[in-house]
Design a protein around this ligand. Structure first.
Ligand code: CA
Length: 244
């Protein structure tokens, strides 16, 4: 049974979400404050956290950052009334994997949770993909660069793993959104660009190593360049005649 920590100070919303999740078979713990959420996360593990950003005691983004330290493998979904893009970027940088804006529709929330937990689950055949000095352990959900672990957020890992499935091949935005996020995703695909940007930053932080590069294909999507390929092997940049 998957376990979910619901962090919501609004009594009605918290109760409705918690009871709906319970009726769908999840083990649910409800925290009304940021402090209660952090205490719950110290006490036990959770597969997924639903985190309201507007909390009475602590800043939601800060709570997210600290939850991420206690629950490195959990999926964190932020619930926010704030639509401003900066809030989204800050939230994702703080370690959230996804966000939903209020008012939350329950069926959408449940679909998102199902999709996240399905993707976070153990893959059938663990495998390691070697890309130059970067080794992607799909089964262990770890990335090593020259033997040292590169910390990635859950969605960054999924994105890298998806691109690495087909190195040097163009992958459309639609395919990435469907495979890494949710086939029912109707939100802004800006989320994809934010994750690609932060994934690039993290990979680039491994200075000096032979690591894959993510190339933007304008009007189409992205392509992961294998670092061991000679430049002539790769398709010319910007060749993006595919629809989309
Ligand atoms: Ca609130």
């Amino acid at each position: 049974m998957a376990s979910v920590l619901v962090v919501e100070d609004d009594g009605t919303i918290g109760d409705v979400v918690a009871s709906s999740l319970r009726s769908h078979g999840y083990a649910v713990e409800l925290a009304r404050t940021g402090a209660a959420a952090l205490e719950a996360a110290r006490g036990r593990g959770f597969d997924l956290v639903l985190l309201d950003l507007g909390l009475p005691d602590l800043d939601g983004v800060e709570v997210c950052r600290r939850l991420r330290q206690h629950l490195p493998a959990a999926v964190i979904v932020m619930l926010t009334a704030r639509r401003a893009e900066m809030d989204v970027v800050v939230g994702l940088d703080a370690g959230a994997d996804d966000y939903l804006t209020k008012p939350v529709r329950l069926h959408e929330l449940l679909a998102r949770i199902r999709a996240h937990l399905r993707r976070a689950g153990p893959p059938a055949a663990p495998s390691v993909v070697q890309l130059g000095d970067l080794s992607l352990d799909v089964g262990g959900r770890r990335v090593l660069v020259q033997g040292r672990e590169l910390a990635l957020r859950s969605k960054e890992f999924d994105l890298l793993a998806r691109l690495a499935r087909e190195p040097d091949t163009a992958v459309s935005r639609e395919t990435l959104m469907a495979d890494v996020w949710d086939e029912h995703w109707h939100g802004p695909t800006r989320t994809l660009d934010v994750h690609v940007a932060s994934l690039r930053r993290r990979i680039a932080s491994c200075g000096g190593a032979r690591v894959p590069r993510i190339t933007t294909l304008r009007g189409h999507g992205y392509r992961l360049e294998h670092p061991d390929r000679t430049p002539g092997d790769a398709a010319a940049e910007g060749r993006s005649g595919a629809p989309g």
